[in-house]
Write a new protein. Structure first.
Length: 299
């Protein structure tokens, strides 16, 4: 937009724009880049050999495996639950719809520590369901199932919250047209809905995975900090740091830092691709999915 048609209140002096840019870059450098640099410098302070030893130590490997396992369970479940919740909220009218939206946002407003405590009160040995679980020799709290449940709770909103506004903005006209052309419910979702929401869905999955791998508060409460069994990467880092094994703690923390950087790169790529998709959708085009569905009906 040229300066001649910019609103007066947006036409700031050059020095103001430069000052805002310097402040923003300085804030990012101080609170983002500098901590990352400290993590990697401390991790490699005593050389690559000790760095590698800290990562292949049995407890560290167990923490990495558990973190990946929990993410592998929590992310697909939240993917399915998030799509189902977003579909119900955006495509149907029913009583309690606003209550469902509020419940989806609940993990954002509840402290992760409180969430972990809730599971202890439910599934602990002295909890509401504790005697029943004990009778069947089942263990949830201070075991892997508790870690998975806590992670599911804190990561549930990410997929649903990315899809709900996107699906509301897109409406349901294309799905109705697909049904009119004779498509089944699965064909409608696969050929019409999924292509329209794929980038928002992928964005939500990336955020969900990042939170699942980095969650500390809720997992700390339900895990019991059992080395080699219930410690995820963040918990293992805390234990090493409290034991004054600083180089090992920073070495393991660098794994999380690398995962965070990969997440940022994927997030940027998805935002770029999603922005291009929105631009393409803004252009006049034929009904997406109509041609394949017409062939299917004709056949």
């Amino acid at each position: 937009m040229s300066n001649s048609i910019r609103p007066v209140h947006l036409d700031e002096p050059t020095w103001v724009r430069r000052l805002l840019l310097v402040v923003s870059l300085g804030f990012l450098a101080l609170f983002l880049l500098l901590p990352l640099a400290v993590v990697f410098s401390e991790a490699l302070k005593k050389g690559w050999e000790l760095y590698a030893q800290a990562l292949v130590e049995p407890d560290a490997l167990a923490a990495i495996r558990l973190t990946l396992l929990v993410a592998a369970i929590a992310v697909p479940l939240n993917l399915a639950l998030g799509v189902a919740a977003a579909w119900a909220i955006t495509k149907f009218q029913f009583r309690g719809k606003q209550a469902l939206v509020t419940l989806i946002d609940l993990p954002f407003s509840v402290s992760p520590v409180v969430a972990g405590l809730i599971y202890v009160l439910l599934f602990g040995s002295h909890g509401w369901l504790g005697p029943l679980l004990k009778a069947y020799d089942l263990k949830v709290v201070y075991a892997v199932p508790g870690v998975v449940l806590a992670t599911l709770f804190v990561t549930f909103p990410f997929v649903a919250r990315e899809l709900i506004p996107l699906m509301q903005a897109q409406g349901s006209e294309e799905e109705q047209a697909a049904l009119t052309l004779g498509a089944s419910g699965w064909q409608m979702f696969r050929r019409v809905t999924l292509p329209n929401i794929k980038w928002g869905l992928l964005y939500g999955v990336i955020l969900c995975n990042a939170r699942a791998m980095g969650e500390f508060g809720a997992v700390s409460v339900v895990s019991g900090h059992v080395r080699g069994l219930t410690n995820t990467i963040p918990l293992h880092v805390e234990i090493l740091y409290n034991e004054y094994a600083y180089q090992a703690s920073f070495a393991v923390a660098s794994v999380l830092a690398l995962l965070a950087l990969v997440t940022l790169v994927l997030k940027s790529v998805v935002e770029w691709r999603g922005g291009r998709q929105l631009k393409d959708q803004a252009l006049p085009s034929e009904f997406p999915g109509a041609a394949p569905l017409q062939l299917k009906v004709a056949g």
